[in-house]
Design a binder for this molecule. Structure first.
Ligand code: TRP
Length: 330
């Protein structure tokens, strides 16, 4: 039997190019080797968006349409929405009871978010439990592997600690220890050279038109030490050249050499890069356009997925409740 993978994304906005080359390309490949569960983490979204939650539903549809266009296949993978599988909240409650307060209080992402995220009150009882809910997500499907970005490693570490504690308290081994599957793709920076993030406004949205891709590419920050075209360029510290390396590694070698020897100017470089980006995302855009027929089809896929997810989740929860002596004996 194939090992299981679970991963999720919070529906808090549109997906961008970084999601495509990072998470989604990885998910797509994993479908061949694993039995995959891909989840719209709408409970997790609610934890930060609860003051203004009305967009979570539409973002969920939009994100799933992007997943499908990127090659995530509902015939092979289970695509579902967290809130459709009630067992997530049930296991979350059980894990909350067993998780020492100190463990969640010292999760670095928690402290960081409280400090960094402005304009939202994240000092809630629920938000402290964010990584505990994530542990429940992973454990419900007895996932062996979890594809995540590096920023999520503390959550995976906490998941393993909670899992061991549950085994100790239940005197029963139920769950495999999940390992992180980090993407090999190097991190795609935003157009301004900072981390790609919608809060910085430096992303290239996946739904963008060709025209916007051209405009955005032209605004990219390049080698800041290169003032005139006759100055030699430094491709290793030029964001546009890094994009070349990722989207057309063959031609990148020539491009880099031309930059170093001042045969290629930055504006020209970005103009040609835009065409590469357009070409490389063409299949995605075409597939995405086909999916733009309202949300009924997506909702259908989510309901099918929820059925399959629930079957696994219910079985796990039955085992846990049995070991706890909770509810009727099975
Ligand atoms: N916290 C993850 C993120 O922000 C999303 C997520 C929720 C997740 N549950 C998960 C990721 C379970 C992996 C496994 O990216």
């Amino acid at each position: 039997m194939k090992q299981r993978v679970l991963s999720g994304m919070r529906p808090t906005g549109s997906l961008h190019l970084g999601h495509l080359v990072g998470a989604l390309a990885n998910w797509k490949i994993l479908q061949d080797q694993y039995s995959c569960f891909f989840m719209v983490a709408d409970w997790h979204a609610l934890m930060s968006e609860y003051e203004n939650p009305q967009k979570i539903r539409d973002w969920s549809y939009e994100n799933v349409a992007d997943w499908l266009a990127a090659g995530i296949d509902p015939e092979r993978s289970v695509i579902f929405r967290q809130s459709d599988v009630i067992e997530h909240t049930e296991l979350f409650t059980i894990l909350s009871i067993m998780t020492p307060l100190g463990w969640v209080e010292r999760v670095p992402t928690y402290k960081e978010q409280l400090r960094e995220v402005k304009g939202r009150d994240l000092a809630t009882y629920g938000f402290l439990g964010y990584p505990v809910l994530q542990a429940a997500d992973i454990m419900l499907y007895k996932a062996h592997a979890v594809p995540v970005g590096e920023d999520q490693l503390p959550h995976l570490e906490l998941t393993r600690e909670i899992l061991r504690r549950v085994h100790f308290l239940l005197k029963k081994e139920i769950f495999p220890e999940p390992k992180a599957l980090l993407t090999e793709a190097p991190k795609l920076l935003g157009t301004d050279g900072r981390k790609m993030s919608k809060s910085y406004g430096n992303t290239l949205k996946l739904s963008e038109s060709e025209e916007t891709i051209r405009k955005t590419a032209q605004k990219m920050i390049t080698d800041e030490t290169r003032i005139r075209m006759t100055d030699p360029g430094h491709p290793e510290s030029c964001n546009a050249c890094q994009y070349w390396g990722m989207f057309d590694p063959e031609r990148a070698k020539i491009v880099w050499e031309e930059c170093r020897t001042s045969k290629r100017g930055c504006s020209q470089n970005k103009k040609e890069l835009a065409e590469v980006l357009i070409e490389q995302t063409k299949a995605f855009r075409e597939k995405r356009a086909d999916l733009n027929q309202g949300n009924d089809k997506i909702e259908e896929i989510l309901q099918e997925g929820a059925k399959k997810a629930r079957a696994v989740a219910q079985e796990t929860l039955r085992e846990v409740k049995d070991a706890l002596g909770l509810g009727p004996a099975s």
